[in-house]
Design a protein around this ligand. Structure first.
Ligand code: GLY
Length: 393
């Protein structure tokens, strides 16, 4: 087992602007091809034998499909995409009104790329209303004592007094709600959660915990654990990638100087644990020579985080991370992207949702398949590389 050296990483090619345009053309065409099946319904979280099945708006992942529709709309300006996005925002408003599967912290993943995006792009009042209601629902998951938003399960669940690193991407919904309503309560909760999360999920070597438990009686930090990583002490690739993007958005909204070295440490750990083709295995413990599935979605998420953080770094550091992001996206474009719609209705192959191991607690599904956030963040990375993009998060 081995990982690429930083010297070798520097020699890898970057995606060109022309390739970015071609990739966005191809991705948008695939989204448009899918509209017939996926306007009144959504793409499921992961493909099976390459194909996403239709699903109702019930999982934590449906916002990513609507996000792909908006990114394709931004790229092409096609009215059919706008109409589909509007249909989907109505579904999101019904979902929050009827409280369908909203007992989760994933309301940001659900409502930022769908309804905040639709509001920003079209001024949709349906999108605005749905997203503010979702932000209110998310506030309800905040524990005053531990100062964090509980990830999963009922708030009084004895075994779930914990946050997870992924939640950093749910917080922009709260910042947006404060900007939109003028009420600081959303931002206050987001800031407390970021602080609690970053103080606990990042280990001394800048690898990250997937989940972190607190003491319900005192609110004090208790212990880290994994759910989707290989083992407790390893770094789940997507968790590390959420850490890259999460520290970047944490800095964007708080401008706390101490978050810059956190971003750099977490990102550099990720880069030190990439295989030769720059697309990580599902856990960073694994490298070239290991017979393990990859998680291509982690490469896209990390690329988006580096491109976001580059906006706030000194020129030399910004150029470094932008260049690395272009290298990651180039590898996806050359080796992972779907080129034949007869093979899959997704965009990026070789992702892993949840891979059971002898040492973790997750279910086993979506292994070495497309997944919906991998497709979404690939398009987001391309969009970021194509122009100065007004972020959905
Ligand atoms: N947020 C859940 C996941 O990344 O699988």
């Amino acid at each position: 087992m081995s990982w690429i050296t930083l010297e070798k990483l520097e020699t890898k090619p970057e995606i060109s602007n022309q390739e970015v345009r071609q990739a966005l053309d191809a991705a948008s065409a695939q989204v448009i091809r899918n509209l017939g099946q996926f306007t009144d319904q959504f793409q499921k979280a992961y493909s099976e034998n390459g194909f996403y099945a239709p699903t109702d708006n019930v999982d934590w992942t449906t916002g990513f499909w609507t996000g792909e529709i908006w990114l394709a709309y931004e790229h092409t300006g096609k009215e059919e995409l706008k109409r589909a996005g509007e249909v989907q925002m109505k579904s999101f408003l019904s979902r929050i009104d009827e409280k369908i599967e909203v007992e989760t912290h994933d309301l940001g993943f659900l409502y930022s790329p769908s309804c905040v995006a639709g509001y920003k792009l079209t001024g949709s009042q349906v999108g605005r209303e749905a997203a503010i209601k979702a932000a209110n629902e998310l506030l309800g998951r905040f524990h005053e004592k531990g100062e964090f938003l509980q990830a999963w399960g009922p708030l009084d669940a004895p075994d779930n007094y914990r946050l997870i690193i992924d939640c950093l991407l749910n917080l922009p919904l709260l910042y947006w709600a404060t900007e939109e309503t003028g009420d600081p309560k959303y931002r206050t909760v987001a800031e407390k959660h970021i602080h609690t999360a970053l103080a606990n999920v990042i280990r001394p070597d800048f690898s990250t915990w997937h989940t972190f438990f607190f003491n319900r009686e005192t609110g004090e930090p208790d212990h880290g654990a994994t759910c989707q990583g290989y083992r407790d002490g390893s770094a789940w690739a997507r968790g590390q990638a959420w850490g890259v993007y999460g520290t970047a958005v944490g800095y964007k909204y708080t401008r706390r100087a101490e978050y810059i070295p956190m971003f750099q440490g977490v990102t550099d750990y990720f880069l030190h644990h990439l295989p030769e083709d720059l697309v990580p295995f599902w856990d960073l413990e694994f490298g070239d020579g290991d017979d393990q599935p990859r998680d291509s979605s982690s490469a896209s998420i990390a690329a988006c985080g580096m491109l976001e953080m580059a906006k706030y770094l000194e020129p030399e550091a910004a150029a470094y991370y932008k260049g690395i992001a272009r290298k990651l996206v180039k590898s996806l474009y050359d080796h992972y992207v779907v080129t034949d719609p007869a093979v899959t209705n997704g965009l990026v192959q070789h992702s892993t949702y949840s891979n059971h191991s002898p040492y973790n607690t997750c279910n086993h599904y979506g292994v070495d398949e497309c997944n919906i956030w991998g497709d979404y963040f690939y398009m987001e990375a391309l969009t970021r590389l194509s122009r100065d993009w007004n972020i959905y998060w």
